[in-house]
Design a protein around this ligand. Structure first.
Ligand SMILES: [Ca+2]
Length: 129
């Protein structure tokens, strides 16, 4: 995808993108870091470990979701081969669906009986429908 071309038409303002993966490293400076939540990664949930913090573990195996978040909505800067996200003004919801052993459980966020929801950390609940 030619990110520069897409950015000419739309930069993602007013949009939040859900990244369903192995977590998003919200502490990364191109993803609003440090800290979670922050101005870029505005909410999420760790469905793999059933806790409210969707940041990946310390292993380098947990970096796919961070890379995807950067491609989708990372800040504009050139560092190595990174040139910024396609929609740099979009926000991110990080939905982590991997556990401590890097196994993925994508059905955990589609079961309505769990009662679990991704919630914005301020006041407005978000439903995954
Ligand atoms: Ca967690």
């Amino acid at each position: 995808m030619n990110g520069n071309s897409a950015r000419q038409m739309f930069r993602g303002a007013g949009v939040a993108i859900a990244i369903i993966d192995d977590g998003v490293e919200a502490d990364h400076p191109q993803l609003g870091g440090p800290g979670y939540p922050n101005a870029k990664v505005i909410g999420g949930y760790d469905f793999g470990l059933n806790d409210p913090d969707p940041r990946p573990g310390p292993s380098l195996q947990d970096r796919h979701g961070t890379a995807v978040a950067g491609i989708a909505a990372g800040g504009l800067v050139e560092v190595g081969d990174y040139v910024g996200g396609v929609a740099p003004n979009a926000k991110i919801y990080a939905l982590k669906v991997s556990d401590a052993d890097y196994r993925f459980f994508t059905d955990t966020i589609s079961r309505p009986s769990t009662g679990r929801r991704c919630t914005r950390t301020t006041t407005r609940p978000i439903r995954s429908s």
